[in-house]
Design a protein around this ligand. Structure first.
Ligand code: MTE
Length: 372
């Protein structure tokens, strides 16, 4: 039997949870059942899917990846060319910036993600840095734009004047960081269509929108790229000299979630119940995790099940002796990182419908054990 703190690397591991939860049928937006305790790596078929347009139909034989813009030697790569380059494997947690949106009060627009727009996989690919080195990145290139093959017109206002492709731009420093991969495999097998087949970017530490799927173009630019996705959609209000300015989202913020129990689950009184979940961060490490069973008045240390691994979640557990008194109780978890940051209690309104990283309340009912 597998111990819970051993990462599983086999995709086909027996898995007791149900399938993905539909948030939108087309384009596909499917949520993972949030049960990290069952497997450190999310089985590929249960990894959440977040797509803005229909899945494009690409095939390996005709696939081409173009590397151009502010580079000395623009070039194209075939799928086989990419596969023949030295590759690396990285474990990374991807979280959609809208994960947890259903917890916002009052209710907001957008897919009503609960806890499961976050998953972890082992990715195989070529560092983006190696592709850029081969192209001879110009010294004045400030960003690297990653473009996918999917196209369409976004439904939300303000709409762009014509159909656009999905594209995201990375600051140069992040683009050449060793962890950023141009990936062709997920959990040891080729990428499934909905996860970017045949090739996608994986940008560990940044919200999922940066990990561009169906990647067909990498373009170095000399001016910041203000495309639709970085300005109208995945953007937030920052402040510059006391004035609000719009900036693109980037680094994932420190967060933990409770996977077990579920909201409104009934638990027997005066018994040990193991609360469990996962915690993750962007460019820092989660080093402490606490649980409150009284709505945040008091906190107790929980126990990590996984070691620190930059850019990947750590599962945790907490043995709770449930109260003798039946009633409604509010559970919260709170992560701390190596930089002294603490997971917040409230959502920061400047992030709008994104970055929902505050402690999410899980209400449960403690019921008379005799009634169980
Ligand atoms: N890449 C393309 N080409 N088109 C998309 O719609 N969605 C992004 C990102 N890459 C998207 C994309 C978003 S918002 C997220 S959260 C992640 O893909 C989700 O990756 P997954 O579907 O493999 O979980």
């Amino acid at each position: 039997m597998k111990t819970p703190n051993e990462p599983h690397f086999d995709n086909g591991a027996p898995f007791s949870s149900g399938g993905l939860i539909i948030r939108q049928q087309e384009p596909k937006n499917l949520e993972a059942p949030f049960v990290p305790i069952e497997s450190y790596l999310t089985p590929t078929e249960l990894f959440y899917i977040r797509s803005h347009f229909s899945t494009p139909d690409l095939d390996q034989a005709s696939y081409q990846l173009r590397i151009e813009g502010a580079v000395k030697h623009p070039y194209s790569l075939s799928y086989d060319d990419l596969r023949s380059m030295p590759s690396e494997k990285r474990i990374a947690t991807l979280e959609c910036a809208g994960n947890g949106r259903v917890f916002l009060v009052p209710q907001v627009q957008g897919a009503q993600w609960e806890l499961g727009a976050v998953s972890t996989a082992e990715w195989t690919g070529v560092p983006l840095r190696a592709l850029l080195e081969r192209a001879g990145l110009e010294g004045d290139a400030c960003e690297i734009v990653l473009e996918g093959a999917d196209r369409g017109t976004p439904k939300e206002e303000p709409r762009p004047p014509e159909p656009i492709s999905y594209a995201w731009s990375l600051p140069r420093a992040k683009a050449i960081a060793p962890e950023v991969l141009i990936a062709y495999a997920m959990n040891g097998r080729e990428l499934p269509r909905d996860h970017g087949f045949p090739v996608r970017a994986i940008v560990p530490g940044h919200y999922g929108m940066a990990s561009v799927k169906w990647l067909t173009r990498i373009m170095a630019v000399r001016q910041p790229f203000h495309g639709y996705w970085l300005t109208s959609d995945y953007a937030y209000w920052d402040s510059m000299d006391g004035r609000p300015v719009r900036r693109a989202l980037g680094e994932m913020q420190l967060k933990s979630e409770i996977a077990r129990p579920r909201v409104y689950q009934a638990l027997p009184a005066d018994r040990i119940y193991t609360v469990s979940g996962a915690a993750w961060a962007g460019e820092t490490d989660v080093i402490e995790i606490e649980v409150s069973t009284d709505g945040g008045q008091t906190w107790a240390d929980a126990e990590f099940l996984d070691p620190v691994r930059r850019h990947a979640w750590r599962r945790w557990k907490f043995d709770w002796l449930t109260p003798k008194k039946p009633g409604q109780y509010t559970l919260l978890s709170r992560a701390k990182d190596g930089g002294g940051r603490v997971q917040p209690r409230e959502h920061d309104q400047n992030y709008g419908v994104y970055v929902i990283n505050h402690s999410l309340p899980i209400e449960v009912f403690v019921v008379d054990s005799a009634g169980q």
